[in-house]
Design a protein around this ligand. Structure first.
Ligand SMILES: NC(=O)c1ccc[n+]([C@@H]2O[C@H](COP(=O)([O-])OP(=O)(O)OC[C@H]3O[C@@H](n4cnc5c(N)ncnc54)[C@H](OP(=O)(O)O)[C@@H]3O)[C@@H](O)[C@H]2O)c1
Length: 341
């Protein structure tokens, strides 16, 4: 008899902000294990703003999901059965899976064994997973961050931004400014080493607020938010400045034709600026070394992590919607699905 799992799939493409009706829970047969495959029992999974791009037609490095297809997520899980010589039953892994109680790793794609249990397992889909690796390679490879740099990080209290700001400090940045909404986020970011925090919701002149916080401009902008934020920061970039395009969380729910554009491109000439995006999986081979270094920073308390926990697979859609609507809680949103061994 075919084995089954409960999973959450796309019910109907989203227009604007996704709602609960965008998603549907179902029971589905698991694919048989071909060569190289592994069956994984999910312990916890993530909700990721970039997945919004797959819920309707739009530019993304992955094609849009069709109704009935499982929603992507990063999962921590336990291998239950393996047809892959690299994994054995009982191994703990982090992998690209989905909102499901069991997932089949098909033999190709993102999976790695969790090398130690000195940190909570969920960290492997947070600061040591894709969000942390995006921060790491965005700063190290794309921005080529140098000691003494002045860095601006947007959506700074999110898992990517918070890790980026703290890594920048640890790499010797002279000043790190974060953009985030609300006093609680600002307090936490200062406790994590940010030098200043700008609340974009409480200013009607974002450019002036970013200038006041900057102490002479920025060498690196690590942007998670989108064009309006980049445009506000462009006049503040110092000569040779680098803009890392990590994500566009403010624009994902807006139709392409209505998204803000960039007006301040003249600064690219005058200030010799460079703007570059990244897809973190391009750096996959270098994850283990980066994770070892970052893990040591987290264990030493030099990089702080923060989570919001949701219980049960059925909580995943609300956790996802909260990414765009809930300002009251912050940190990596983790959906607990199965028991830890
Ligand atoms: N390039 C890659 O390979 C890669 C990989 C992973 C993630 N990413 C991207 O990295 C970015 C950050 O990801 P994350 O997981 O850490 O999520 P996140 O930053 O925590 O995203 C949610 C946060 O975004 C902010 N936000 C929501 N709507 C906004 C709006 N309209 N304007 C400004 N800010 C808004 C809110 O915080 P505040 O209100 O406090 O700002 C919210 O808490 C995302 O855009 C994601 O797609 C890229």
């Amino acid at each position: 008899m075919a084995r089954k799992t409960r999973r959450i799939v796309l019910a109907a493409p989203a227009a604007g902000l996704p709602t609960r009706a965008t998603f549907r829970m179902e029971e589905a047969a698991l694919a048989p294990l071909g060569d190289g495959a592994a069956l994984v029992r999910t312990i916890c999974c993530s909700v990721d703003p970039g997945v919004r791009a797959r819920l309707s037609d739009g530019a993304s490095y992955a094609p849009p999901l069709k109704p009935g297809e499982m929603i992507d997520a990063f999962c921590v899980g336990e291998v239950i059965e393996s047809a892959n010589p690299r994994f054995a039953a009982g191994d703990l892994v982090a992998l690209g899976g989905g909102w499901a109680e069991h997932v089949v790793f098909p033999g190709r794609g993102y999976i790695q064994k969790i090398p130690h249990r000195r940190l909570p397992l969920s960290v492997w889909i947070g600061a040591l997973g894709v969000p942390g690796m995006t921060a790491w390679f965005g700063l190290k490879r794309v921005a080529a961050l140098e000691a003494g740099a002045r860095v601006l990080v947007t959506s700074a209290a999110g898992p990517v931004g918070a890790t980026a700001g703290q890594i920048a400090k640890a790499m010797g940045a002279a000043r790190v400014v974060g953009v985030a909404s609300g006093a609680e986020k600002a307090d936490w970011l200062r406790s994590a080493g940010f030098d200043a925090v700008v609340d974009y919701r409480r200013t009607d002149d974002l450019g002036a607020a970013l200038a006041a916080a900057s102490d002479g401009g920025y060498d690196v902008l690590f942007d998670n938010v989108g064009n309006a934020m980049i445009d506000a920061a462009l006049p503040l970039m110092r000569i040779g400045g680098r803009i890392v395009v990590s994500g566009q969380v403010a624009d994902y729910n807006t139709p392409a034709a209505e998204r803000p554009g960039l007006r301040n491109t003249a600064y690219f000439i005058a200030q010799r600026l460079r703007m570059e995006g990244l897809v973190v999986f391009d750096d996959l081979r270098s994850f283990p070394q980066a994770q070892e270094e970052l893990s040591a920073m987290i264990e030493a308390g030099a990089v702080k992590t923060r989570e919001v926990r949701y219980h049960g697979l059925e909580a995943a859609p609300q956790a996802f919607i909260d990414l765009f609507t809930d300002q009251s809680a912050f940190g990596r949103r983790i959906v607990e699905i199965g028991a830890e061994p």
